[in-house]
Design a binder for this molecule. Structure first.
Ligand SMILES: Nc1ncnc2c1ncn2[C@@H]1O[C@H](COP(=O)(O)OP(=O)(O)OP(=O)(O)O)[C@@H](O)[C@H]1O
Ligand SMILES: [Mg+2]
Length: 340
């Protein structure tokens, strides 16, 4: 850090459908849900991140919570820009510090269209980015896991986020095979909401459904370390009276089955398209799981058993992408695969 380092501030951003994480000076300085709350009268942002999340489902007529990203891409440009701006401000109590010049690396889904890439670049620039680089998420995940993405070797990463599951085979600094499907953590959460309504006559919101997923979500109906039943409270759909329902991991495994098998099918399809030499590398080295969805109980085991290649969950899978983006930030001159 030189005397004039304040002239260029450098940040790496994982702008996710569910969570936005920012690295600055090698440290994670922001890790917040990708949500903003907007006052509809003044059109001003009143809360951001975790604070906005706590307002979800509890707003009144003049207040709205918005998730600016859907399916991995920006769905509400204005809200996205305000969110990025607000999160950058969170980094330092002296926001002035960031006005001079901001070098940013932001990652994007590998299936992004040109328009979607443009939208990310524009919001980053509007939020103060002077020098903006973009990086495909599976590459970022692979770098974050510690794989040598530039080697002439096949590496496979499956990133199960909130909005998208990205499956990629990487070799020589590029993505060789890639599948991106819009089935991920958010869909599992919706599956649970639907199931609870149907099966247990209980109405629950997104946050409760997510809690159920985290506690008793499972990709297998038989787990070695089964979690205890999770008690859900809510109104009975018919009577509106409060009820309590214990939910077992087995029934949640059953309710998630359809979505999970779609993810499994996509993984198989990506493998099918993989050139043989790279396929051989992958069989030897195994496949890495990243993103919050990788934490679903039994997911790694299920894929390993089904496909016959070892699947491993990355260390701190929710942060693998941002870790890789942070490494890319320090290597913008060296990494030829960054999009300028
Ligand atoms: N322990 C857990 N078990 C199952 N799912 C989990 C767990 N923890 C987090 N998740 C889910 O992971 C998802 C968020 O993961 P992540 O932060 O990687 O997504 P994202 O990067 O914001 O989304 P995307 O990459 O699709 O834009 C959410 O759907 C969340 O419910
Ligand atoms: Mg992600």
């Amino acid at each position: 850090m030189g005397l004039f380092s304040f002239l260029t501030q450098e940040i790496a951003i994982d702008l996710g459908t569910a969570n936005t994480i920012i690295i600055h000076n090698d440290k994670i300085v922001v890790d917040e849900p990708s949500i903003v709350a907007i006052d509809l009268k003044t059109e001003k942002m009143v809360a951001i991140g975790e604070k906005a999340r706590q307002m979800q489902g509890k707003t009144h007529a003049n207040l709205k919570t918005i998730r600016p990203l859907r399916d991995g891409v920006i769905a509400d440009f204005n809200a996205a820009e305000q969110m990025i701006r607000g999160m950058i401000k969170m980094i330092n109590s002296k926001p002035r510090m960031f006005s001079p010049a901001l070098k940013m690396v932001v990652c994007i889904p590998s299936g992004s269209t040109e328009v979607e890439v443009r939208a990310v670049r524009d919001s980053a620039e509007h939020a103060g980015g002077r020098e903006v680089y973009m990086l495909y998420e599976p590459l970022a995940a692979a770098i974050g896991i510690g794989l040598d993405v530039e080697a002439p070797e096949g590496n496979m990463v499956v990133d199960i986020g909130g909005g998208t599951t990205e499956i990629a085979v990487i070799s020589l600094g590029g993505i060789v095979t890639n599948r991106s499907i819009r089935i991920a953590g958010d869909d599992l959460t919706s599956d649970i909401m639907e199931y609870m309504r149907h099966q247990h006559n209980i109405k629950i919101g997104e946050r409760t459904a997510e809690e159920i997923k985290i506690h008793v979500g499972s990709a297998l109906s038989q787990l070695k370390d089964p979690p205890p039943d999770f008690i859900v409270q809510g109104p009975n759909q018919m009577t509106a009276l409060p009820i309590e329902v214990p939910v077992s991991y087995q029934e949640i495994a059953h309710c998630l089955e359809k979505s999970i098998s779609k993810i499994e099918t996509a993984v198989l399809a990506a493998l099918e398209q993989t050139p043989p030499e790279l396929y051989a590398d992958i069989v030897t080295k195994g496949i890495w799981l990243a993103g919050g969805g990788a934490l679903l109980k039994g997911f790694d085991k299920r894929l390993t058993d089904k496909i016959g290649i070892p699947f491993r969950v990355a260390e701190d899978p929710l942060r693998a992408v941002v870790r890789g983006t942070g490494i890319a930030l320090k290597n913008v001159d060296k990494f030829s695969f960054l999009i300028r």
